[in-house]
Design a protein around this ligand. Sequence first.
Ligand code: FAD
Ligand code: AMP
Length: 478
Amino acid sequence: MTQKFDVVVIGAGPGGYVAAIKAAQLGLKTACIEKYQDKEGKVALGGTCLNVGCIPSKALLDSSWKYHEAKEGFAIHGIEAKGVSIDVPAMVARKNSIIKNLTGGVAGLFKANGVTLLEGHGKLLANKQVEVTDKDGKAQVIEAGHVILASGSRPVDIPPAPVDQDVIVDSTGALEFQSVPKKLGVIGAGVIGLELGSVWARLGAEVTVIEALDKFLPAADEQVAKEALKTFTKQGLKIRLGARVTGSEVKKKQVTVNFTDAEGEQQLTFDKLIVAVGRRPVTTDLLAADSGVDMDERGFIFVNDQCETSVPGVYAIGDVVRGAMLAHKASEEGIMVAERIAGHKAQMNYDLIPSVIYTHPEIAWVGKTEQQLKAEGVAVNVGTFPFAASGRAMAANDTGGLVKVIADANTDRVLGVHVIGPSAAELVQQGAIGMEFGTSAEDLGMMVFSHPTLSEALHEAALAVNGHAIHIANRKKR
Ligand code: FAD
Ligand code: AMP
């Protein structure tokens, strides 16, 4: 007999698994289909984020930062640490055990919430029927009241640097190196390239990042991007802007990369090369020809602001649709869709999705940049506060960077918070909470912040918007 569900979710990444749990919590009979297999051949939930994305990269970033601190950052505190060394396989094994813990946790949550896990490949047929094919090729068709497509994304390949997961790797391969490459090339100075480049640079690799664009971090506030480029360069990352990779050759476990920049044809040789030039939606064999679901011109599933596709009752969320390719964006879309299926009037605020780059210093922002607002003709007041003036940052010997708060010059409403520095992601989240409630810079300035905290830098930057900062000279006084 055909199995019937109120909701069938295809893909158990942070979009799909969260949608499935929420739908089940709202009393809907829910199934989630997932095919990803871990190294032991077992189906693992959590998608890119838990298996080969957010979590493993942060595990390696944290491990490599501790190593770097032990080597370079202890002496100033009077701590002697001689003979510090790194066991890369142990570091990677720790990362793998975190993944196992978390993906197992999602499986436990499915059980606890009554979500039925169907292992295999899901394909949407006509009339909200879904075909599930297990790893042995056995197919069954199930019926769904509603379908949520959450098949995620995969790394973009470029013909000049074909990935072999040995010498030329993508982000997944770069999480698995078993030793520190002496010379590491990274194609793409986006979030993933900078994070993974940082991991291996901290462990001793000589890292060169090759980026086609002339501008560094074009999505970030210009002041922050400038500060970031200066800091990363000081840290030893060689960042070649305006450099487009045109070819590569692997020979004797090394790769020679050809690229062109303002000076003409260039060539560099590396022990490993990470290709981090973006991600593209996964829709391979996801939609039957008569499913009725439309795609946009870039291969993303076409949806409206409520994540509805061109077929009533079929939704799509996360990396497979337009918008930021971020886990928290995917999850919130999952919650919105589950609530709408259950009859609630949920909406998502796409204007307040925080972005984070987990380098050191971290870079994070929410809302608009100063240049975006200027281009829109919005008059703004800007307040900044450098961590160099923060007592807490000094105590931690981590004084690089600044907090920048941008407010509407007429209403004082905060329109953007941008941070480069220690705990930037956590500070920006405070800005996001305030902005969700329509905070003014004055509101933030009037709140009591604990002393001494890094958060005080946000407080002072908010005060500085109207020339009222206490711990730094104000540019403008009222
Ligand atoms: P995915 O996580 O890609 O999950 C989709 C799932 O669907 C996969 O498990 C896949 O196997 C499954 N699937 C696909 N097709 C089918 C099918 N037909 N049948 C069955 N199953 C199917 N984001 C952040 O917010 N913060 C970070 O710090 C961060 N760091 C990252 C670091 C790296 C190295 C990478 C690569 C990404 C990072 N991201 C980060 C991005 C984040 O991982 C994605 O935005 C997020 O995973 C998208 O979630 P999703 O549910 O849409 O898709
Ligand atoms: P993101 O999409 O943020 O992950 O960033 C990927 C980066 O890779 C972008 O900044 C692209 O400009 C860059 N990129 C794409 N193709 C090439 C190429 N052939 N050579 C160098 N950089 C590239």
